[in-house]
Design a binder for this molecule. Sequence first.
Ligand SMILES: [Zn+2]
Length: 94
Amino acid sequence: MASVNSNPIWLYFEKVDLSKAKCKDCDKIYSLGSEKPKFQTLHGLKTHLAKCHKDVNEAYLKKVSEHSEASARKKIKLDPEAERTLPNFVLCRQ
Ligand SMILES: [Zn+2]
């Protein structure tokens, strides 16, 4: 799972301390469940957007899908299969 800190949710929330985040839209404070990033959850934050800020939530979900598409593209580029094809191609031409 990707790090909590790289989630696009941070466009709509800001950290107030190690274990809490504030909604930029209505200033409500939500717990991340832990001070340790490994154990943190964005569930409360996501639920808040879905329940209280439907338009923001839609924008957030769009960002999330753009984000995962970008990661998928990166994965294809770093595919070892693709890297192996290139030297073969060079060999064939010689
Ligand atoms: Zn809010």
